[in-house]
Design a protein around this ligand. Structure first.
Ligand SMILES: [Zn+2]
Length: 324
């Protein structure tokens, strides 16, 4: 049970840091996965229990709004005090099976940004690497032929470390080369069949939307936009948007940049492409809090970094305090 005695104090502090009206500011939280039980490879990843505790605290201390409404009220200077919105990136099936019932129990809205190419049995490259390294029977893996080094895999910690070293080298490769490299890594790892149910199905996506949750665009194949020309960027974003609109039967208003670090994963000038494609706002992963003068096409987001419930609200208030 979480001690809630500090919540009135947190609300008072929140009122100072995030007042209502034109001086208001919006904390946008970003989540990816919510696991049923702790993953030995990633002990810090959110589980159902921690997500439940965090949502309970968030509801007690912040005023949680649907993101589209919050972005509109940010622009018009009419946010409530302590405004916050919840977002999920990528389209993991556990968002529907695990996070959704928790959000519904707390009566909290969220926006889910979906990379459409991986729906219905697909897998993002990072998960292919993670699941291959998790499953390989080998205690040593020589990936020098792929430029990915040699790795000790003798323990969960060693496997997690190897994944941490491999992913940053694979991530910046062009999408086609990345696919080939990851497929060769799987061959070398002899990992056997990998899971095909990590991402949502289109039926799950539709049912998520039907519960009243909002759906946002996140490209089709989740590329690093900063490395692509304008036509390719336009195509990736438009393809994802069109698929989602056809699937849920509603206009998609918001976009989240894949990976999302400005200047590294997308270029600030690419925000103009997003605007011209008919979106009303876009989100980066730059830490911080959105204020009225923030570029609505590059709104910052805060990643909750601790599973410790006692640190959750202090970390959000700390994020608010760094807005200037
Ligand atoms: Zn993503």
């Amino acid at each position: 049970m979480i001690d809630t005695l500090a919540n009135p104090l947190y609300r008072l502090l929140g009122n100072r840091l995030a007042p209502e009206g034109p001086e208001g500011c919006l904390s946008i939280l970003i989540f990816h996965r919510v696991l049923a039980t702790p993953d030995p490879l990633f002990p810090h990843e959110a589980t159902a229990d921690t997500f439940d505790a965090h949502m309970s605290l968030l509801k007690a201390v912040f005023n949680v709004l649907p993101l589209a409404e919050a972005v509109e009220r940010l622009k018009t200077g009419s946010l409530p005090a302590r405004a916050a919105s919840i977002t999920f990136d990528d389209g993991y099936a556990d968002n529907v099976t695990i996070a959704l019932p928790i959000l519904q129990r707390h009566g909290l809205p969220a926006t889910f940004f979906i990379a459409t190419a991986y729906l219905d049995g697909g897998r993002m490259f990072n998960d292919t690497v993670i699941e291959a390294i998790r499953r390989t029977p080998h205690d040593q893996l020589d990936l020098n032929a792929l430029g990915l080094g040699q790795h000790d895999l003798g323990s969960s910690e060693a496997r997690a470390r190897a994944i941490g070293q491999i992913l940053p080298k694979v991530k910046p490769l062009p999408p086609d080369e990345r696919e080939i490299t990851v497929a060769r890594l799987c061959d070398l790892a002899d990992c056997g069949p990998l899971p095909e149910d990590m991402m949502m199905t289109t039926n799950q996506l539709r049912s998520l939307h039907d519960t009243g949750m909002d759906i946002g665009a996140h490209t089709a194949r989740h590329p690093i936009l900063a490395k692509m020309d304008d036509d390719a960027v336009r195509k990736e974003i438009a393809e994802g948007k069109a698929f989602l609109e056809a699937t849920v039967g509603k206009r998609i208003r918001l976009f989240a940049y894949p990976n999302g670090k400005p200047g590294k994963d997308y270029l600030p000038e690419q925000a103009a492409i997003v605007r011209k494609l008919g979106f009303e706002g876009a989100l980066s992963t730059q830490p911080g809090v959105a204020v009225r003068t923030s570029d609505p096409f590059q709104l910052p987001r805060f990643t909750p970094w601790s599973r410790n419930a006692y640190r959750f609200i202090p970390s959000l208030l700390g994020n608010l305090a760094t807005k200037i």
